[in-house]
Ligand binder design. Structure first.
Ligand code: SF4
Length: 216
């Protein structure tokens, strides 16, 4: 069962994947922004992920402390920022670290590097100076930490093109017009919106094409 939200609400990772091109079903983000719903159960091992992720966050936070940074973690960094069109953006950076004039957003990822992770950090860098008074007027840099090592995100990544794409995405996902649904097995199998809310959900992997051809 789904219920309309009182006002649109967007979680950062719903739009980071779309901005990165790692997801294509904009309807999923639009639906989540405008509804609460019963999520499908997942076979994702959340306990294993939480354990690995927590260990990474602790390790990176300790490394930053050793380098004379002060750090705030997860729930300490949670924000909700209301925009001018009545849409609220929510997020929770893993680590915010500061030392002298430097402020750094650090996100820890247990999986393979994805462009969406960099975009997620860029959104945090863009939004935190507006969402939390302590960072007002500050320029933030960022970093995504993978098990294979760090990927730095310089402050200069927040250029006018990115700001415009972010603004447009927030307007579209938070807007009243439903966005395009792009149903595919590869995307639907990781989506928690069930068929009651999304009748186009693809649940069966398509067969390989027939081999009775001479194309190659
Ligand atoms: S189930 Fe598939 S088509 Fe439906 S919202 Fe999710 S990703 Fe989009």
């Amino acid at each position: 069962m789904s219920e309309p939200r009182v006002a649109p609400y967007v979680w950062v990772t719903w739009i980071s994947k779309l901005l990165a091109g790692d997801a294509h079903c904009a309807w999923a983000a639009w639906f989540r922004a405008h509804h609460t719903y019963d999520r499908l159960p997942s076979d994702f091992d959340a306990a294993k992920w939480a354990s690995e992720h927590t260990a990474m966050v602790r390790e990176q936070a300790e490394a930053l402390r050793q380098a004379s940074f002060s750090v705030s973690l997860e729930d300490q960094n949670a924000f909700r920022l209301l925009g001018q069109q009545g849409v609220t953006l929510g997020g929770k950076p893993d680590i915010v670290a500061w030392r002298d004039g430097e402020v750094r957003v650090v996100e820890c990822k247990t999986g393979q590097p994805r462009h969406a992770d960099t975009i997620q950090v860029m959104i945090y860098m863009l939004v935190l100076p507006h969402a939390q008074p302590v960072w007002r007027g500050r320029t933030l840099s960022g970093c995504v930490h993978y098990q294979t090592g760090p990927v730095d995100v310089p402050a200069e990544a927040l250029d006018s093109d990115f700001r415009a794409r972010f603004r447009e995405m927030m307007a579209q996902v938070g807007g009243g017009t439903a966005l395009a649904r792009v149903a595919s097995f590869n995307e639907c199998r990781f989506c928690d919106i069930g068929r009651l809310d999304c009748p186009e959900r693809v649940e069966i992997q398509p067969d390989d094409g027939a081999d009775n051809h001479d194309l190659f």
